[in-house]
Write a protein that binds this ligand. Structure first.
Ligand SMILES: *Cc1c(COP(=O)(O)O)cnc(C)c1O
Length: 409
């Protein structure tokens, strides 16, 4: 077994539900959120598409809604309305909380909806100031910089966090490894610098298989579940793993603003989680091999591959990066990541286009940078495709044009 996975398994925390013994990560990935099924005579989790739920007890409904308005806790008993909670989505939330080692998780319609809910929770408490470290995912950067939700951001480096905190600071936000440069930071040290201000760590790139930020002091762990958690490029979702108190506030914001996850998406995510450790392990092994070959290749100027591993590679070529994108065939030239198939994109053109060019470059996102999400294909097939695309880029720079046979399309 891969040492990173072995270590992750060894570090899985125990669970307070007395019935369930502490289980390894691989076991949780398959069973969490499904523990009641067999006793109900079910195998696959049911997809509950109801938007509303009948009840002849309106006094009881009133009490449940009052309780939700007070604490944001999941209403006891049968669900009330789809925007308050959904049983299929709740299974995914339970499973993700187990994997991240948090008390709770709250799912949203996308990663950006999840981040918006966090900002709204803090703003509603009068804590509008955010301290953030670049780079972040392009749209996260944009949401903070543009102040679309009334927040005000101070950008700093990890060493400057403590000094940047103000009485109205409601959040510190980081990504590690960061999108798209794969820059890493010491989450434990950052969490320490935050003091009592909640640290939000975007764990989209690492997944709980490689890193559990809550164990290192992050109060909020955010995922674009669109990426590795779903894992097949066919579901958009976001989720925040956190303590029950913050989860209650997030559920209240979700109820009031409506960024709910569709139950079918909840089903697909739960299904995706069951293969998450296997997918991440396999894709990471291939990515490590490709990163090594890229680093040794004279056509490549720089390679960034995280210390903690993973399936993402960032690299810069001597040639024209646009020609690499135009030259892939097996690899799909597309934004997004974390799918079973390999994707490559040019952050300065797509994922981080919305960030001001100077800010983008200042964060280490050069105009030459390419970001590749390695999937589950055979490593030699991927290398052959990359090799042809690199040759084309090199040829374009040398003014020779790429020979058709080498382009592969
Ligand atoms: C994609 C992404 C997001 C945004 O998620 P969506 O599901 O696209 O809304 C946030 N953070 C990171 C690191 C991402 O890669």
């Amino acid at each position: 077994m891969d040492p990173a996975i072995r270590e992750a398994n060894d570090r899985m925390p125990g669970y307070d539900e007395a019935r369930i013994a502490p289980r390894a990560l691989a076991t949780e990935a398959v069973h969490a959120g499904r523990d009641d099924l067999a006793r109900q005579g079910l195998h696959a989790p049911p997809i509950d598409l109801s938007t509303t739920y009948p009840s002849y007890d309106s006094r009881g409904e009133a009490a449940r809604i009052d309780a939700f308005a007070t604490t944001g806790a999941e209403p006891d008993g049968p669900p009330v309305y789809g925007r308050l909670g959904n049983p299929t989505v709740a299974r995914f939330e339970t499973a993700l909380a187990r994997l991240e080692g948090t008390e709770a998780a709250v799912a949203f319609a996308s990663g950006m909806a999840a981040l918006s809910a966090v900002l709204l929770v803090r703003a509603s408490m009068g804590l509008r100031h955010v301290v953030a470290v670049r780079p972040l995912y392009g749209c996260s950067d944009h949401l903070l910089t543009a102040g679309l939700l009334g927040s005000e951001v101070t950008w700093t480096d990890p060493a400057g966090i403590e000094e940047a905190l103000r009485p109205d600071t409601g959040l510190v936000m980081v990504e590690s490894p960061a999108n798209p440069t794969l820059a890493e930071l010491d989450l434990r040290a950052v969490a320490h610098a935050c003091g009592s201000v909640p640290l939000l760590a975007d764990n989209t790139f690492a997944t709980p298989v490689l890193q559990r930020p809550a164990e290192q002091g992050a109060r909020l762990v955010l995922h674009s579940a669109t990426k590795y958690l779903g894992g097949h490029g066919d579901v958009m979702a976001g989720v925040v793993a956190c303590d029950e108190e913050f989860a209650g506030r997030l559920r209240q914001v979700r109820f009031a603003t409506g960024g709910v996850l569709h139950p079918l998406a909840g089903y697909l995510l739960l299904r995706g989680l069951s293969t998450l450790p296997v997918r991440v392990r396999a894709a990471s092994a291939t990515a490590a091999e490709l990163a090594g070959r890229l680093a040794a290749d004279p056509r490549v100027a720089r390679v960034h591959y995280p210390r903690i591993g993973g399936a993402m590679i960032a690299f810069e070529v001597h040639g024209d990066p646009h020609e690499v994108i135009a030259g892939v065939d097996l690899i799909t030239p597309a934004v997004s990541l974390g799918s079973v198939d390999t994707l490559i994109q040019h952050p300065a053109s797509i994922s981080h286009r919305i960030v001001d060019a100077d800010d983008r470059r200042g964060a280490g996102v050069s105009d030459r940078l390419l970001r590749m999400s390695v999937g589950l294909e055979d490593v030699e097939d991927l290398w052959a495709d990359l090799d042809a695309a690199l040759e084309r880029a090199q040829g374009a720079t040398a003014g020779r044009g790429a020979p058709a046979a080498a382009v592969g399309n």
